[in-house]
Design a protein around this ligand. Structure first.
Ligand SMILES: Nc1ncnc2c1ncn2[C@@H]1O[C@H](COP(=O)(O)OP(=O)(O)OP(=O)(O)O)[C@@H](O)[C@H]1O
Ligand SMILES: [Mg+2]
Length: 152
């Protein structure tokens, strides 16, 4: 199942992430796809806010993984600079199958290492300020239904 949403601004993308943070459960893994600068970190800031995290979320590009403590732990990862072998050797399973929420930018680089029940969020450019956000749940859980209700 998938569902497409439109964001008209950075703030709307943060609000969208916030709704995700509010409905997120222990063990949720969110894979953020989309080109450079499209808004993956921006959406993650919203997820953090929705989880009740008030620390400023920065791009983990040079840190690889940043942990934040909210209603649930948030593990924010950015695999942009890594190739499959490096990601495999990192041993991300303690995070991916842990008790927090994982938000992973550039998870494409670790395709095959991600849990089969992960939620995929693809962000595409429409123009300078607008983005198309597609949420895909291959396991047809109630994630998308709960998100839509939370956004109303
Ligand atoms: N609707 C929108 N949603 C999100 N960001 C937007 C939107 N419109 C404009 N922007 C701008 O796009 C940029 C998104 O940057 P961000 O760091 O979130 O991208 P990213 O996908 O994480 O990039 P990278 O691949 O380098 O990690 C910001 O400068 C933000 O202000
Ligand atoms: Mg980013």
């Amino acid at each position: 199942m998938d569902k497409t949403f439109i964001s008209n601004s950075k703030e709307e993308t943060i609000d969208f992430g916030d709704a995700i943070g509010r409905i997120a459960s222990e063990g949720d893994v969110l894979l953020l796809r989309g080109p450079l600068g499209v808004g993956k970190t921006c959406l993650t800031k919203g997820v953090a806010r929705g989880l009740g995290i008030d620390r400023v979320v920065q791009s983990p590009t040079f840190m690889l993984i940043r942990e934040y403590q909210g209603r649930l732990p948030l593990y924010h990862m950015d695999l942009y600079r890594l190739v499959f072998k490096e990601i495999d050797e990192l041993g991300l399973d303690e995070y991916l199958y842990g008790n927090g929420v994982c938000v992973i930018e550039w998870a494409e680089n670790g395709e095959g290492l991600m849990p089969p029940d992960a939620i995929v969020i693809s962000i595409e450019y429409i123009d300078d300020n607008r983005r198309k956000i597609t949420v895909t749940d291959d396991n047809d859980t109630d994630f998308i239904d709960r998100l839509q209700k939370e956004l109303k």
